[in-house]
Ligand binder design. Structure first.
Ligand SMILES: Cc1cc2nc3c(=O)[nH]c(=O)nc-3n(C[C@H](O)[C@H](O)[C@H](O)COP(=O)(O)O)c2cc1C
Length: 173
């Protein structure tokens, strides 16, 4: 896939097949994240790959708790893999590094034939005691901040159309 087509045509996917992603595709996505730009080249951001169904369900449940909705919601739309992108507390550019890592992975997922969607509220999830328990279980410092998470899997829907682009977002000075 041409790089421009990948950047232009990636869309958020919100319906996933239950099949787990192939290890090759996952490796490509993770590698794209590792090669994202980072402030002063410090490579501060960390991605946790979650594929154990019980932990996927736990993160889905914690994220839904942050939403505090009366409806039974599944914020990760049944995706078999969740990528959690975390920033160390003492990083030079923690949020920026993590956002670029996540962005690279969203684009790479499309190039690798996978569907993906940024799922928000990771900050709140990893401030919760249950979120900190997960960080501990993953051998990570408890004060790492959740910046992004990504629902990852094979799309079970047609490729969505992009919304029209808003006017006035490029200014040529
Ligand atoms: C910071 C951020 C937070 C987002 N949070 C969610 C979310 O919690 N759930 C969701 O379904 N989509 C979420 N999205 C996906 C956006 O809704 C999506 O990118 C946007 O509608 C544009 O569609 P596209 O990604 O197909 O171009 C988020 C995207 C960003 C960048």
């Amino acid at each position: 896939m041409e790089a421009f087509d990948m950047l232009r045509n990636r869309r958020s996917i919100r319906k996933f097949k239950s099949d787990q992603v192939s290890e090759d595709a996952l490796e490509q996505v993770l590698e794209a994240g590792l090669y994202a730009a980072s402030g002063a080249g410090r490579q501060s951001a960390v991605t946790v790959v979650v594929q154990d169904p019980a932990t996927v369900a736990k993160i889905d449940e914690l994220n839904a708790k942050v939403l505090d909705s009366d409806q039974a919601v599944h914020p990760y739309y049944g995706a078999p893999t969740i990528l959690v992108v975390l920033a160390p507390k003492d990083a030079l550019t923690p949020t920026e590094d993590a956002v670029l890592m996540a962005g690279n992975m969203l684009n790479a997922a499309y190039a690798a034939g996978l569907g993906s969607c940024w799922i928000h509220r990771s900050k709140e999830v990893f401030e919760m005691p249950e979120g900190k328990e997960l960080l501990r279980a993953w051998g990570l410092p408890e004060d790492m901040a959740g910046v992004s998470s990504i629902a990852l899997g094979y799309a079970d829907c047609p490729q969505p159309e992009a919304a029209p682009r808003k006017e006035g977002r490029v200014v040529r000075a």
